[in-house]
Design a protein around this ligand. Sequence first.
Ligand code: KIV
Ligand code: ZN
Length: 499
Amino acid sequence: MTKRGIRVLDTTLRDGEQTPGVALAPEQKLEIARALDEFGVDVIEAGAAITSEGERRAMKLIADAGLRAEICSFTRALPVDIDAALACGVDSVHLVVPVSDIHIQHKLRKTREQVKEMALGAVRYALDHGLVVELSAEDATRADPAFMKELFLAGLKEGAQRLCVCDTVGVATPERMRELFMDLVKDIKAQIAVHCHDDFGMATTNTVAAVQAGAQEIHVTVNGLGERAGNAALEEVVLALMHLYGFQTNIKLEKMYGVSRLVERHTGMPVPLTKAIVGENAFSHEAGIHTHGVLAYPPTYEPISPEVVGHHRRLIFGKHVGTHAIESELKRIGLEPTKGQVQEIFEQIKRLGDRGKQVTDTEWRAIVDAVMGRTLEEIVKLDELTVISGSRVTPTASVRLKFGEKKVTESGLGVGPVDAAMNAIRKVVEGMSNIRLQEYHVDAISGGTDALVDVVVKLTDGKRIVTARGTSGDIIMASVQAMLNGVNRLLWDRKLGGA
Ligand code: KIV
Ligand code: ZN
């Protein structure tokens, strides 16, 4: 049964940007806002205008971009914050008022009455200046519900259009949320939003419970970014609401993976591999039984098909692989292995896995090539690499790579010599092909300053992703080797026509 429509307020650019270590430049914020708009979010909380000059520049850019979504600024209940929001030309304010005694006494050092007066004054001020007001109760789940309701009713009387309940420190439970919302919607006819944090890993579940009990708008962030353990993740909440509970939203689900990657790239916050819906492993299968099932009929081990959210299926040829998966993957790439070759590949992968090693894509393909008597052509070769580092110089690298007969030279700076070398190589590779480095991991295999170093990289050309390894006593050479192994794999596969 299709249930009512739920509005989505995305706060990636405000609460999400409050993730420790994240800061976005105005142009990055604008690019994300455009993507969110195309994605179908109803409201974009673009920032808190009072924060800085750069924040106001970003918010003005977003407000002037002619987006379909409502553009909103976070404000405290202070005219100075509202003036800053007005100067950016936003449509609305998310006007936040602490309602718990913990916040009122220890943060604001005020009384409930004083807070209420401030809130109503700010609502009036914002409305008088033509803004839409969403009056938000901060730390609502640790507050006296009677005081919150009193404040909400007074705010609505003053003219506020919408309300919001914040589980600021993530202590709500689904039962508590249901109780809170059922009590509110009994007496309040205006739209009420829910804003949850993930301190106990309950943000999605609490948001869904609030919606079931009557919340009409959800506050979410892409990839669940946000203060401390983050906010309710847009992808989890929206998918659960739409696919498990039958609610509707304006979100274009097929854009989900792309938006997630854009936010990951701009914020520098890697999406965990196992993250629901958008994690790289969300539609990856390794175990023999699973790959067999998925190859026969995808719903056996996929609750939704990856294309629904713009993601892709991956079969991983690691320790848990089965012969079925090996055989069908080899057929998919145009090879006709004998039973004996499949068995040999199977055993070699198991042996590698049993040594406690992740079997990278380049290793799996190297095993296939060796067993099937194929040789990988080294399309890109390292011709020369020089790295300069020290206490008084910015680490600098210059690299010359050979693409067939062509030699290409580039230089790069970095925070350290490895970073400089990788930046130089990235410039050549990105200039010559559209291959990008997505992830980089390093491990010391043995102890001591002469330890063997194992580098695993993940590269993509937009269509495919490969993992590749480099091992050496020299971390720079291990990194370069891993990078070139992966690039050669992708280029070789491309030459073979998608193999
Ligand atoms: O979590 C929260 O309470 C907030 C408010 C400041 C709205 O982000
Ligand atoms: Zn928050």
